[in-house]
Design a protein around this ligand. Sequence first.
Ligand code: 5GP
Ligand code: ZN
Length: 116
Amino acid sequence: MAEQCIFCDVSAGKLDSQLLYQDEEVVAFPDIRPIAPTHVLVVPKRHYATLADAAAAGDDRLLGRLLSVAATLAHQKLGEDAGFRVVINNGAAAGQTVHHLHIHLLSGRHFAWPPG
Ligand code: 5GP
Ligand code: ZN
């Protein structure tokens, strides 16, 4: 666990976040500043600062698991036919502000392409 990491604290149950999903490796909870009607963060309990760090560590199984949890949550929460988008910001230049790997699961409005 990294020191002073907000998502380590949430995934360890130290903060009063409403968990939408939890297993041995992954938690999911609503984003505190949602940018869409559905905005859920899917987060590994293990601390990797970035997607690139998890890939460099060879943790392919966990990366696959995160995507699988995101899709399953979307299905359960929104229904089979709903459109949704998953986003990972890797590094500050890409907009990453919390340096613990997370997937944004977004739905409920139109999303422009290409993204801004
Ligand atoms: P990033 O910009 O790193 O891709 O995304 C970080 C996200 O975490 C942002 O959308 C931000 O609103 C969210 N966030 C930051 N602090 C907290 C928090 O304490 N609780 C929750 N639920 N979300 C947070
Ligand atoms: Zn962390």
